[in-house]
Design a protein around this ligand. Structure first.
Ligand code: ZN
Length: 126
């Protein structure tokens, strides 16, 4: 299935191909403040359909993950990084996908707040 995604104002638009059944809800300081519900998938499953220079980028901790957001409307639809095995990985915020009702998904909690040293998003990526 192909999902259409984007930010609120439309400056960022993308497609994701895959079967979405569950999303990760991490309680670390970053994920919880942004309200992320994340779908991890291979980077190749995400196709940006808006110009790459429309993306603003936030990094923290090891600065290994690029957390992209819209500089106009502030939505944070996805981040990119590498899996622990080194594969290019994307984490899509399912709240930014059209036609997805999060309450129909299996929500998998991750205790990123407890994993203090590297923070869960880093751990999930690499
Ligand atoms: Zn926007």
């Amino acid at each position: 299935m192909i999902y259409q995604g984007g930010c609120h104002c439309g400056k960022i638009a993308f497609e994701v191909e895959g079967e979405l059944t569950q999303a990760i809800e991490c309680n670390c300081s970053h994920c919880s403040k942004k309200g992320y519900l994340l779908w991890f998938l291979a980077r190749a499953q995400l196709r940006l359909s808006s110009p790459a220079d429309a993306l603003a980028t936030y990094t923290f901790n090891k600065h290994a993950i690029k957390h992209h957001y819209c500089p106009d409307c502030g939505c944070a639809p996805f981040g990119v990084g590498a899996s622990p095995a080194g594969a290019a990985t994307a984490a899509v915020n399912v709240r930014c996908l059209e036609g997805v009702t999060p309450s129909t998904l299996t929500i998998v909690p991750v205790d990123g707040r407890f994993i203090k040293t590297t923070a869960a998003p880093q751990r999930l990526f690499s």
